[in-house]
Design a protein around this ligand. Structure first.
Ligand code: 5GP
Length: 214
């Protein structure tokens, strides 16, 4: 069976990555659910959007090696539970991690075969508008998140792909194409190579068989 892969998606708050990721619903995709110490927003559900935990629970998970990566983002802690990701990759799925640049760099160091996509809104103006319009953060948090976004874009060149989110359907289709193309890379198809090399047909056998059928 084909092995799955890790797909990192980062981008500033307001880039639309949350919306894009929720639309990646193919059966061979799995969305990782992070752990966070942030307060849930009114629409968020524990165990679906995040595992909302206390600082103590987070530190316990981190210190007992249960997180694949972790980072602090604008005053809260976020981390990726390791077991789920590993199980999904083994079962052949592309596991999507929606994480910040700090976490992305940790994963890139640990998992050489991961792929990374940076999602940007078309402009900072649009980013600020999206943050203000979604009304989930107070003004101070919005300002901190925009500052953080300016810092994060310094890391774009460390990513494998840049997707500009002008239209959500186009963005989802671009991300899907990136993942599908990645599966076509020779090093991800080692089983196929081994199979082809192990086949002991030579041209004469095939010619004889063709002649028999005519
Ligand atoms: P938000 O509070 O808007 O849901 O997320 C804030 C930032 O934390 C976003 O950039 C999001 O991608 C990132 N984030 C969410 N989960 C994780 C995680 O498990 N690890 C890391 N490193 N960042 C995360």
């Amino acid at each position: 069976m084909r092995k799955g892969m890790l797909v990192i998606i980062s981008g500033p708050s307001g880039s639309g990555k949350g919306t894009a990721v929720k639309k990646l619903t193919r059966n061979d995709f799995a969305l990782s659910i992070s752990m966070t110490t942030r307060e849930p927003r009114p629409s968020e559900i524990n165990g679906k959007d995040y595992f909302f935990v206390t600082k103590e629970q987070f530190l316990e998970a981190r210190d007992s090696g249960k997180l694949l990566e972790h980072a602090e983002f604008v005053g809260n802690m976020y981390g990726t539970p390791k077991d789920y990701v590993e199980a999904q990759i083994l079962s052949g799925r592309a596991v999507i991690l929606e994480i910040d640049v700090e976490g992305a760099l940790q994963i890139k160091e640990k998992v050489e075969e991961s792929i990374s996509i940076f999602l940007m809104p078309p402009s900072f103006e649009e980013l600020a508008e999206r943050l203000i319009n979604r009304k989930t953060e107070d003004l101070d948090t919005i300002v901190r998140r925009i500052k953080r976004a300016k810092h994060e874009i310094e890391y774009i060149n460390k990513y494998d792909y840049l997707v500009i989110n002008e239209d959500i359907e186009k963005t989802v289709s671009q991300i899907t194409s990136i993942i599908d193309s990645e599966y076509l890379k020779p090093h991800r198809n080692k089983d196929f190579f081994d199979h082809i090399k192990g086949e002991n047909y030579d041209a004469s056998t095939i010619i004889l068989r063709t002649n028999d059928n005519t």
